[in-house]
Design a protein around this ligand. Structure first.
Ligand SMILES: NC(=O)c1ccc[n+]([C@@H]2O[C@H](COP(=O)([O-])OP(=O)(O)OC[C@H]3O[C@@H](n4cnc5c(N)ncnc54)[C@H](OP(=O)(O)O)[C@@H]3O)[C@@H](O)[C@H]2O)c1
Length: 287
């Protein structure tokens, strides 16, 4: 007989779980007794993260799936592994993200910020659709207050996703975080069985600020000591991924753990539908 699966025995899938917000979320979840599947782009960094979590929580139930989210073939390979290893997930936490000060492209020719922050997680989520919907899972996008500066209507979405005519690091990041919020709203509309949430984890002192060698980012690094503790952000994400009180807020934006209105452009619902369709087209999926 299959044992009953309670809230705490269903696993959570957390992308980008080897450092920063994702690691802290995985650590907090494991400490609460949740099984966690870490989705990392490096086997070595993923295993090191699991070792750190086990050092604190020896009974932690952890698993690792390697997936580079900007490599869409890798996402297609990882999705069935995740569905097999975590058949009834409690939540998928799309946390992995990058900030790129200068325009970079993935080997497949996509603008990297949008590829890692939106298209990869979009693809992973779409490929996990049966398991997420059947299990009534939560789908959490780790977005950002930066979504407020997103301007996805400045040019056709196809162009923004693939061939941006101009590039500003903050603008591209803000666009990708607005895409996270819009994806959340559209998920809520399309998949009634899941609870979709977008969360801003706070302005946190993580490695995301260290990964660009530009004057602008050097200035941002100067204020890193004033930023929040990543552990606080991780705990907020863990709470948004698990606490039953968020069941009533499908499609919402959550600032740390407080539901509040996202700041969205006019026509956000139309834009959210268009983003879903154009993303599907870019990835060769049915919309
Ligand atoms: N820090 C903040 O103040 C802040 C504020 C608002 C929102 N956020 C959001 O929080 C999330 C986590 O950011 P963070 O601050 O924790 O940054 P971080 O410390 O740089 O961690 C980013 C994580 O994403 C992973 N990642 C990057 N590219 C990837 C790829 N192609 N495939 C798979 N994983 C990839 C990284 O893996 P590697 O270590 O292997 O590179 C790392 O695990 C992001 O979505 C970010 O936008 C952060």
């Amino acid at each position: 007989m299959t044992p009953p699966t309670s809230h705490t025995t269903r696993p959570l899938l957390v992308t980008g779980a080897n450092v920063g917000v994702g690691y802290e979320a995985a650590r907090a979840l494991a400490a609460e007794g949740h099984p966690v599947v870490l989705v990392c782009r490096s086997q070595e960094r993923g295993e090191a993260a699991m070792d750190r979590i086990r050092a604190e929580t020896p009974a932690a139930d952890l698993d690792l799936v390697v997936c580079d989210l900007e490599d869409f073939d890798a996402v297609r390979q990882a999705a069935p592994q995740l569905a097999e290893r975590a058949p009834r997930p409690l939540a998928l936490v799309n946390n992995a993200g990058v900030y790129r000060a200068r325009l970079e492209r993935t080997p497949a020719g996509f603008e990297r910020t949008m590829a890692v922050n939106h298209l990869g997680p979009y693809l992973l989520t779409r490929l996990l659709e049966p398991t997420l919907r059947e299990s009534g899972a939560r789908v959490v996008q780790v977005a950002s207050a930066a979504h407020r500066s997103g301007k996805l209507q400045r040019s056709p979405l196809r162009q923004i996703l693939r061939e941006p005519s101009s590039y500003r690091g903050f603008g591209a990041y803000a666009d990708s975080k607005l895409a996270n919020v819009l994806f959340t709203r559209e998920l809520a509309r399309r998949w009634p069985e899941v609870t979709a949430l977008a969360v801003h984890p706070g302005m946190l002192s993580t490695a995301i600020w260290d990964r660009n060698r530009t004057v602008g980012m050097a200035l941002v690094r100067l204020i890193k000591p004033l930023m929040g503790d990543p552990a606080d952000g991780g705990r907020a994400v863990a709470e948004v991924a698990t606490h039953p009180r968020f069941d009533a807020h499908d499609g919402a934006y959550v600032n740390r753990t407080t539901v509040e209105p996202a700041r969205l452009p006019d026509g956000a619902d139309t834009l959210a539908r268009e983003l879903w369709e154009v993303s599907a087209e870019a990835l060769g999926l049915e919309s």
